[in-house]
Design a binder for this molecule. Structure first.
Ligand code: GUN
Ligand code: ZN
Length: 491
């Protein structure tokens, strides 16, 4: 068990948790967004982040502070006074800057110690963010360096400060999984998944999902996970569903600087907007023309405020979805905003077995919303259950009513497949499905039939369907008699 992180609710691999931050004696509810605070350039002051937007935690860069005019002030006053922020503050180590400008003359231990001395709540060692294009060998070399540094900081006095143990490995999923296992073995507190920014910037959401899923396999469920540099609200639901707990957003400010307007369905450009598709105070009070007519710095502030309202709003929506058990429905809605997000959702479903292990066994709702819903973890779980049920005699699997001519008659419901009558009022038979089903739903129902029939080879099965497509019927084992429902009803 991780002793600073407690899980409260779960849905898919997503969770609501509480991160205890001893240094400033606060508790942060996760999933949480940490707005990036640049001490040199405060688009929105940290006090406003806290009071107007409800930020419980923010992130700033310890390395940049150590190299700046603020260095002495940070050391004497402490980070919380310097920034005027009473919540938790995470500091980054400058890894990104270092990767950009090459070697530096301070050690990982020194940078971490500086973060402790200025009163950071969560410090970060100097990991190496391996870019996606790096081959295996380079990724493995850099990982070894990151791991050495994680071990080299074990002797640094960090008091009550929590410490990040980042997970790198580029796009090599076996390296990511191993890095995650090693990072967890350090016993450090939080695990950021690093170097995903280039993947997100290139809209490679499928690869991003594979990287996160690999890291999660190595980390297990107990550790809090931060997705480093992830700040676009359109991907929060997807990342949360995979088990990410912390996000940091520089995007709200960086995007505002060049007139980009964040939405949960993607990015808009202010010069191209005729209307403001949002309910936040900024968008209710202004038209696009009014924003465009503002002086640059005022427009930038307004856009940054809008971007923050949208980002924090999406996190509240995600937490409510976790509570209600319809997080995957939200992910599915977001997947409709952009083809790259759809790719991300499809990649997530490739890991349905992994998600199924953490997904709660019973929920109120399952809404079938697209062909992708047929591959959800709940469907997998039902198929696993079918493979453990035993039946014998003559069994009718039917989309219609019971039929006395058989020893047993079970309902067949796409996409789940056969269900014993006794389960007909329980989840997932309570799922809401449309009347007009797609092929994938029938194919998954056929898969359910196959799982049940395979473990009950002594039974004699008849499937009575209302007109399944060929692709589904082809998946039904040949031992099963297949009839149209109206033919069986006449018997
Ligand atoms: N910010 C965004 N990505 C990264 C990363 O991989 N490592 C660190 N330290 N900071 C980041
Ligand atoms: Zn708005």
């Amino acid at each position: 068990m991780n002793d600073v992180f407690e899980l409260r609710s779960a849905d898919a691999a997503g969770r609501i948790g509480e991160l205890r931050v001893p240094q400033s004696d606060t508790v942060v509810e996760t999933p949480a967004l940490m707005p990036v605070v640049n001490p040199n350039l405060q688009t929105i002051s940290p006090a406003r982040l806290e009071n107007e937007f409800g930020a419980e935690i923010c992130i700033t860069n310890g390395y940049i502070i150590s190299q700046s005019d603020y260095r002495e002030e940070a050391l004497s006053k402490g980070l919380h006074d310097l920034l005027d922020f009473s919540g938790a503050i995470m500091t980054d180590s400058g890894s990104f800057q270092l990767a950009e400008y090459g070697e530096i003359d301070v050690t990982s231990a020194e940078i971490l110690e500086f973060q402790y001395q200025i009163g950071s709540d969560i410090g970060t060692p100097v990991d190496i963010p391996t870019p996606p294009e790096a081959g295996r060998e380079r990724a493995a070399d850099e990982l070894a360096t990151t791991q050495d540094r994680l071990e080299s900081i074990q002797d640094v006095d960090t008091g009550a400060m929590l410490v990040n143990a980042p997970v790198q490995g580029g796009v090599h999923t076996d390296l990511r999984e191993r890095a995650a296992r090693d990072a967890r073995a350090t016993g450090l507190d939080i695990h950021p998944i690093g170097a995903v920014v280039p993947l997100m910037n290139a809209y490679e959401y499928g690869k991003m999902v594979d990287v996160i899923a690999a890291a999660k396999r190595g980390l297990g469920v107990a550790s809090p996970v931060h997705l480093f540099g992830a700040g676009h609200p359109m991907m929060f639901a997807l990342a949360v569903a995979l088990g990410c707990d912390l996000f940091d957003s520089a995007a709200y400010a960086l995007y505002a600087r060049d007139d980009r307007y964040l939405t949960v369905r993607g990015t808009e450009r202010l010069p191209e907007l005729d209307y403001l598709p949002c309910e936040c105070p900024v968008c209710v009070a202004h038209t696009p023309d009014e924003l465009r007519a503002m002086p640059d710095d005022e427009r930038e502030t307004r856009l940054a405020q809008h971007n923050l309202y949208v980002s924090f709003g999406e996190l509240r929506r995600i937490k409510q979805a976790i509570r209600r058990g319809d997080l995957l429905e939200l992910v599915e809605a977001r997947a409709r905003g952009h083809p790259a997000m759809l790719d991300g959702y499809r990649a997530l479903l490739d890991h349905a077995d992994q998600l199924e292990k953490e997904d709660p066994a019973s929920k109120d709702a399952f809404f079938y919303l697209s062909a992708e819903s047929a591959r959800r973890p709940e469907v997998r779980r039902h198929h696993e259950r079918l493979a453990r049920l035993s039946v014998d005699g003559e069994i009718l699997l039917t989309e219609g009513d019971t039929n006395a001519a058989y020893d047993e008659s079970w309902r067949v419901v796409p996409p789940f497949g056969p269900l014993p009558r006794a389960l007909s009022e329980t989840y997932p038979l309570t799922a809401e499905v449309p009347d007009r089903m797609d092929e994938q739903a029938y194919e998954q129902a056929a898969e359910g039939v196959r799982r049940l029939v395979e473990t009950n080879s002594d039974g004699e099965f008849t499937l009575a369907h209302r007109g399944w497509p060929e692709s589904a019927l082809a998946r039904v084992p040949s031992a099963v008699h297949i009839e149209r429902l109206d033919a069986v009803d006449r018997q």
